[in-house]
Write a protein that binds this ligand. Sequence first.
Ligand SMILES: [Zn+2]
Length: 221
Amino acid sequence: MENNNWVCPACGQTNPPESTACSRCECPSAATEHEIEQYRKIAHNDATSAAENTDGVKQYFTASNQKLVLMCVCTFSLYEIYWFYKNWTAIKQHYAGSKIMPAARSLFSPIWAYSCFKEIKRSVASIETYNDLPIGNLAIAFFMLNLCSGLPDPFSLLSVLTFWPVMIVNNAALAVNARNNRDFKHNDEITRNNKIVIAIGAFFWLFVIVGMFVNKNHHGL
Ligand SMILES: [Zn+2]
């Protein structure tokens, strides 16, 4: 029987023939000498920080699509900042000695979204379905939708849609988690805390919508 498995030049992991990147260190199968050296360093850092990093495999923060959309809308997009914060923290853990500041990068997420999306795309490179993930366009869409909050009402409501590009990348991150961890549990449960947040959010949404109608009537008078 023919065996076309390939051994990762950076970390020594044996990978199936159809994968284009190493399942352990994410080194591409067609990496250049320079790239191999880079991934070798990353693989080494993984080994040294494995003790504090549970099992050394990369695990992104994800939620099911329904939960992500519900939480983003109800929190007026604060949940997205949380999503970015948790993922920048995961990325920072992956590179020992990294100077990434997850809080700053998540607060300025419209600017940093592309870098975060790029990390996730690199992790998902060995899964063919996500090879064409248009992270550039998704980052631009995220940036533009954030700008919409500055438009006059009711067009400012377009900024609610910032969850949409995040959701597409979240799907890729879900695929990475499922690949890296066989026991991965999808985060689709609406917890008690989630419910409290949703209730508060619904209350504020009521204010926003009523406010818009009242303003309209004033203009009419
Ligand atoms: Zn490898």
